[in-house]
Each structure stands twice: as C-alpha cells, then as structure tokens.
Design a protein around this ligand. Structure first.
Ligand code: SF4
Ligand code: SF4
Length: 502
C-alpha cells in the first residue's frame, strides 16, 4: 500500500467540501490519500463550532466566505499563508487508536518531518504543533465511513491582523505565562520564504507519514474539484437557556429550548473534536424530552466516549450548569435563565445557592468606571453617584463585603491571593465573559469559588484591545448592570436552597 500525495493549486474556499470528498474517495482504494491545499482567504469553521460564537461576524459577514470543514476543533482564519494538509487513512490501519492517539500520531509525524528540515517543532497535546510554546499548526480528525479524515492547518505565514479581526477567541490554549502580544503566540513555519519552505516541507511530511505507516510513497495529480456547499446542518436554535464550559479541548456550549420543566430541543456545540461526525447531535437527541432534573444523568449516559480534551463528565457538568442557570433565572425572575450570571466552582461541587451563601468579597473591573473618573485606574470609589460602579460599591459596603476595583491583570492575581489569605472562599466578580473564558487559569490557580456577572457595552474584546486592557490602559467604557448585581446580592441574603435540596 502507498501514501499517494499531491499539492493543489490555490483553491476557491467554496471548493473545500468537495476537496475533502475527493480525498476520502481516493483513500477508499486502500491507499492513504494526502493533499496539501491552499485556499483563498476564508473563515474555516470546525464541524461542531458555532460561527456566531467563534467569529467576529461584524467583520466576517460581507468580507470573508465562511466554510465549514468536516473535522471538529476551533475555527480558523485561513489564507494563502496556511497550508491545509488533508489526509484520508483507512480505519483498519489505526484500528486500535482513539481520536486522541490518532491526533498525537499525526502531530508527532508532522513535527518530526519539520525537524528533519531544520525547523524546530514539537507536538503539544491535545492538538497543536508548536515551537517553544508558539503555535506552528493544529491537527484535527474525524471518522468518515471506513476512513479517518485528518486535517492539519500548517501556518507557513500568519496575517495576524486578519486573524484577530476574524476569530473572536484565541485559537490556542494560553499558558499561565501568556501575556504575549498576539503575534508572539505564533511561530510561522515559513520564515521569510514561506513558499520555498512549504515546497520542501510537503515531500518530507509525505515521506514521514509513509515511514510511520510502513508504506511506500508516490506523487499523484491533485483531484479535480468544484464549488459545492456542504449540506445544510441543523438549523440554529434560539435558546431559552444556555451554558458554557471551558475544557482543555475547547469551549463547549449547551443551548436548550424548554417546554415547562422538559427539554424541547437541545444543541451542543463548540470548537471541540469528537471521533464521530454526528456524536454531539446524537447526544442532543438523547437530551430532548428529558426533565431538567434528569438532564445531567441523561447527558452522562449518552455522552460520546471518543473525544479530545473533554469527556462525559464535562458534558454532564455542562448540563448541570445549564439547569443551575435556569433555576437562578427563575429565582431572579429573569426569563432566559440568568444568561449574564456564570458560576465557577473549582471542584464542581457547588451550585449558585452554595456559592451565593458563601460570597465574601466583590471584585469590579476598572473598565466600568467612566473614562473621566479620577478613580478609574485606582482601587476604591467615594460613591459620588455618577456611575453604576459607585452603586456597586454601596451595595457591597452595606453588606460589609470588601470591594476591590481590579486595575490591571497583575492586580487581579494579587487580589485573589489576598482573598485566599484572609480565608475568603467565594467572591462575586463583575467582568466580561471573554475575560473569564480566556483568563480562567487565574481563577483556577486561586482555587476560589466565584459568581460572575457579565458586563456589557464596549468590552476590550469587542474592540480588540485586550492587551492594553490587561495593562490597565483600556479607554472605552463597559457597562455594569447594578440592578442585576442588586438582585443577585439580595438573593445571596436569602440563602435559597440548592438544586440538590429542591
Ligand atoms: S461613583 Fe465612583 S467610580 Fe463612579 S464616577 Fe463616581 S467616583 Fe468614579
Ligand atoms: S477584559 Fe477588558 S472589558 Fe473585560 S473586564 Fe477586563 S478590562 Fe473590562
């Protein structure tokens, strides 16, 4: 058997679905089909991802085509600088491998091939190829019939500006040390000569794949492909309540439509990878018609087992978070399940009721103070009555809660350490959801429970100014909903029963 490889001319993004089909068809002969394709600029969305959540639609719509690929994982900005390695391998060749093992195998082979060309590279679980922590590429895979489709985005050159305009959240899992500028998070493979480096790298990768599979290697002409849209997936669902959970494998979202206490429709989505193309749809079907009380058990029972960087326990917990939000929404009298209130329990053993009963401090972001306020970049507020932050201070102080304005990222670390040192186990924090998702390791490190209230208005993520925000230099104003904060604090005064005691 042989690894048959080719390089395509630049493809129209609309051809990518047909290109994947053609590669799968080539492999059905028992050989491995391997192609190196480049596409015109587009947003390449993972099979399970939600473009509304992963892409900056205000920039993308009317600017870039959105193309959905068959493999899962995060959404990507792709242009001529990115080569998509698309391979189809007969399942029999890797019959004993899990999705995690297949991705590791391919990632290690690519890294080895790059090193053979004098390009430093390492495979970093769950699915990245890196150099000294900086991303060179990512690997994705999914089972398609008798074949496994493998796709790797190889970054020969990176257009950071377009990438940051296209993708809402960072593509990589950031390290605790990571306060690097976006450009420093990538290590383009191609250096100053992307095309020349790519030309010598392709045969090296093809040869490394053949060696690992103990097969021969041969060059093949690229398949003829045409523009063909993927079949329409399930249409969007307007949820009554949603929840999200960040995992090592990406952010998972659960959207539910409710019919009283029962789930009328469910959707599980995210920039994650599952071995089966319909795994998350089948899970959503298993959650449909289930009573909210039984949703976690239903999710645990029906969760797919061959996944990357998350497991059935994450899916069960995601279901519980969604039910918690629904219950909190009912308590607060907010239709939509308190969409702007998020719980964080380090050991996953506390719901809103437990956390609310234990709140010992209030943390507020400086970005919600007016730009003209002389207290904007300082901790504290004399409650002059001219903004919602003053009202938040009043609400905290009347309950004897210490209130802190977080003025920059390092200050957050210090404030969390101080809360711990004074024996506080839980805090109520106000920040944007993007900050919570992107910098969650600050809270994980602190080991404190938390309830977060989302801010609105101009967040630095919406304005792509997060780096200046972490330094405390963000000048736009976010809005703090002091009424919602008041409602949450009032509920915290009443000690309502937890889900388990309902
Ligand atoms: S209430 Fe506090 S934060 Fe708001 S404007 Fe007055 S002093 Fe500044
Ligand atoms: S990340 Fe930016 S918008 Fe979000 S809370 Fe921090 S300063 Fe405010």
């Amino acid at each position: 058997m042989t690894v048959r490889w080719h390089e395509t001319p630049l493809l129209d993004p609309g051809m990518f679905y047909d290109y994947e089909r053609a590669i799968l068809a080539q492999a059905s002969t028992g050989d491995v089909a391997l192609g190196f394709a480049r596409l015109g600029p587009c947003a390449l969305v993972g099979a399970f991802d939600d473009p509304d959540r992963s892409l900056r639609r205000s920039f993308v719509d009317g600017h870039l085509p959105i193309v959905r690929r068959r493999t899962g994982g995060g959404s990507l900005y792709v242009d001529q600088g990115t080569t998509l390695m698309v391979a189809a391998i007969p399942q029999a060749l890797v019959a004993q491998h899990t999705l995690t093992a297949i991705i590791a195998l391919v990632g290690e082979v690519i890294a080895e091939a790059l090193r053979s060309q004098g390009i430093p590279a390492t495979f970093t679980a769950p699915n990245d190829i890196t150099d000294d922590g900086r991303k060179r590429g990512s690997v994705f895979a999914v089972r398609c019939g008798e074949e496994i489709l493998i796709e790797a985005a190889l970054l020969f050159a990176v257009d950071i500006d377009s990438l940051m305009k296209t993708i809402k959240l960072p593509l990589e899992k950031l390290s605790a040390a990571g306060l690097l500028a976006a450009a420093q998070r990538f290590a383009p493979i191609g250096g100053r000569e992307p095309s020349a480096v790519a030309a010598r790298t392709y045969p090296a990768i093809a040869a490394a794949v053949a060696t690992r599979l103990t097969m021969g290697v041969a060059v093949q002409t690229p398949p003829a492909v045409r523009i063909e849209p993927p079949p329409p997936g399930r249409t969007g669902l307007i949820p009554d309540v949603s929840a999200f959970l960040k995992t090592q494998g990406g952010v998972l979202y659960l959207d539910l439509q409710l019919d009283g206490e029962n789930v009328r429709a469910a959707r599980i989505i995210g920039g994650v990878q599952c071995a089966g193309a319909t795994d998350l749809e089948r899970l959503a079907d298993a959650m449909t018609g289930v009573r909210l009380d039984d949703l976690e058990a239903a999710a645990l029972a029906a969760a797919p087992r061959d996944t990357l960087g998350f497991d059935h326990r994450d899916l069960g917990y995601l279901a519980r978070l969604c039910v918690e939000r629904q219950l909190l929404g009912e308590r607060l009298g907010i239709p939509g399940g308190a969409e702007r209130v998020t719980l964080y329990s380090p050991r996953r053993d506390q719901g809103f009721a437990d956390l609310l009963a234990d709140v010992g401090a209030l943390l507020l972001p400086y970005c919600a103070k007016p730009a003209w306020c002389k207290w904007r970049h300082r901790d504290g507020c004399p409650e002059c009555g001219q903004c919602a932050v003053g009202e938040a201070y009043r609400l905290g102080r009347e309950r004897d809660l210490p209130v802190t304005t977080i003025t920059r990222y390092e200050h957050l670390h210090m404030a969390l350490a101080q809360l711990r040192a004074t024996g506080i186990r839980t805090f109520l924090g106000v920040c944007c959801t993007e900050f919570f998702l992107k910098r969650d390791y600050a809270f994980i490190e602190a080991g404190l429970g938390a309830i977060f209230i989302d801010i609105g208005g101009d967040t630095c993520y919406a304005l792509r100014a997060e780096e200046s925000a972490y330094r405390g230099e963000f000048t736009a104003e976010a809005t703090l909903d002091s009424q919602l904060l008041d409602q949450v604090l009032r509920l915290s005064d009443t000690h309502y029963p937890s889900i388990q005691n309902e």
